[in-house]
Design a protein around this ligand. Structure first.
Ligand SMILES: C[S@@+](CC[C@H](N)C(=O)[O-])C[C@H]1O[C@@H](n2cnc3c(N)ncnc32)[C@H](O)[C@@H]1O
Length: 207
């Protein structure tokens, strides 16, 4: 999975640590650089739902309030909330450097946090989803739209690799030596295996 840029993801007012553990686990799986909580209802330490123990592999920041939130320079804050005015996720261009913030299980993003966000994005659903599920969809959309993947074919099924774009899972293509159909033979090889030296193909006859 290769993408340019980086992202972090967090939630405001989390009251169920298991939800945050689930979010952090998924974030780690999708290659997040950090996760965070803001004003958590309950302090989130090491929930059982975070089975890969992501805290040992990426930073977890706990901000006691919105003023304490400190993001890296140039990192753009994207609020995730189901509101009428929000940008619909399938039409949203993810910033290269982004921090996504979700709301609490039993509420919505606070007006102060909405004010700090550069964008508010919604997932087009009939009703609010579980916070960790919403986070997973946002992260999947990010890597799907910014990652290097083969294009989907027109017909059902996977891509035909020869015709598709670069696939990050395949070994890097290495160019061989130039092969010419005529010219000086090398190492006595014949036919298709015959390699020639550049510029040796055509020599005009003298006289
Ligand atoms: C369980 S929802 C909050 C409950 C919701 N405010 C309600 O009472 O119906 C928790 C958080 O998940 C995120 N969320 C859930 N579904 C969403 C959607 N369809 N679009 C954007 N964000 C969503 C938001 O960040 C929201 O604050």
């Amino acid at each position: 999975m290769t993408t340019r840029g980086y992202f972090g993801i967090g939630a405001e007012g989390i009251s169920k640590p298991m939800n945050f553990g689930n979010l952090a686990r998924t974030a780690y799986g999708f290659g997040a650089s950090f996760v965070f909580t803001i004003t958590p209802g309950r302090r989130v330490e090491a929930p059982d739902s975070d089975t890969p123990k992501s805290q040992e592999h990426m930073p977890w920041y706990n901000y006691d309030n919105i003023d304490a939130v400190h993001l890296p320079d140039g990192c753009r804050l994207v609020g995730i909330e189901l509101t009428d005015e929000a940008i619909s996720l399938p039409s949203f261009r993810h910033p290269t450097s982004a921090a996504y913030v979700l709301g609490p299980e039993n509420g919505s993003l606070s007006p102060q946090l909405v004010e700090r966000c550069e964008f508010i994005v919604k997932i087009p659903t009939r009703f609010c989803l579980n916070v960790a599920t919403a986070g997973a969809i946002i992260m999947y959309d990010r890597i799907q739209s910014l990652g290097r993947f083969d294009e989907r074919p027109v017909r059902a099924g996977g891509p035909i690799h020869q015709d598709a774009g670069p696939n990050p899972h395949l070994p890097k293509h290495v160019h061989g030596r130039p092969v010419y159909s005529g010219g000086k033979r090398e190492s006595g090889k014949k036919g298709r295996d015959r390699l020639t030296t550049v510029g040796s193909r055509y020599k005009p006859k003298k006289g």
